[in-house]
Design a protein around this ligand. Sequence first.
Ligand code: KE4
Length: 426
Amino acid sequence: MQSSEQLFERAVKRIPGGVNSPVRAFGPVGGRPRFMAKADAQKIWDVDGKEYTDYIGSWGPMILGHNHPKILDAAANAAKSGLSFGAATPAEVEMAELICRVVPSIEMVRMVNSGTEAVMSAVRVARGFTGRDKIIKFEGCYHGHCDSMLVKAGSGVMTSGIPDSAGVPQGCAQDTLTAVYNQIESVEKLFADHPDQVAAVIIEPVAANMGVVPPKKEFLQQLRALCSKHKALLIFDEVITGFRMGLSGAQGYFGVTPDLTTFGKIIGAGMPVGAYGGRRDIMEMVSPVGPVYQAGTLSGNPVAMAAGLAQLRILEEHPEIYQYTEQLGRRYRKGISEIIEQTGAACRVTGAGSLSCLFFTGQEVTDYQSAKTSDTKRFAAYFRYMLENGIYLAPSQFEAIFFSNAHTEADIDRLLSLTESFLSHE
Ligand code: KE4
């Protein structure tokens, strides 16, 4: 097999940046991406045969680790009966019933093929249900790449959004308003400035795309109350937190009930799956029952459903997995706090459950602006040091560390000792 170098030389000629998703390109950390050949449990091997402990886990889906035998068997057996029919199948009913059983806020759910598709559809349903156009999102939260979510805060004078990507028309961006994470006042102001115009507020209940920024105490509860007061829908984007913070996700962990929820990642166990769901009266707006159109050739794909169901059934049968993965997260955060104390390093550690982040800044991180005070050059040096020592972290300061049921306490302790070595000598 060719080396990562050789493969990358070929890839860049035929794929933009040589990758099929930008974050994989190692842009912020320098060097060239490793091309991966195989993974198992908490390990991953590149095409050059180098072994790493994997703390990306495909960006969240691998909460049970890679190659769980029951998941592989389920997908393989389903594949033998046919890869896709474009017709209703029993597995889709099983999946819908399971999600509705374990996530109390969800009375109906529609399967799609990615988190982006789930968010795009949920936003459309919210607009169709309320008859309103504006959506409030939070600076630093990422909700996939649909046009209305690729919008950043307008300059101080502008309250409506400005495109955060070429190709997003102002006509679209202007209906997306941006608030500040953990600052309820910023949301109150947007509602006041746009009375009866806001269809929904969408939030990552634990922000994990600006590094990991948990919600301040009561913030989610305040957001819930504000949406109810203004008759706007509250959308929890649980593409990362869903089935990771617990069976009923962050909404169960924090005890806050959204009107709509989006899922991805874990519900597909590594196969392309997304979903959106919520209150029955809202979801019955969706075609073919209601006037909001949404469709997909491979939605509810039988192989993807089989893999996702296998993973969710294991999580439902073994909820102790959540105590274990949270304990790994706490072990990591406690260890890092002690290392920061001992070394005096200008770092902050954040996290919730099995999600964590090491910020290379001395400031407390509570939102996007404070996250951006991180020294990304220091992070890049840390990333390269860890990679050389067989630790595969997200190649960006503004992502998460994902702990899984396959990681061990010894893995965490090695992650901590290597981090201490780096911070002691940087
Ligand atoms: P996908 O379309 O990538 O399946 O999901 C989009 C999405 C939606 N909502 C949240 C909260 C998300 O984190 C994501 C995607 N997460 C990134 C990682 N931070 C995916 C990795 C990538 O873009 O390659």
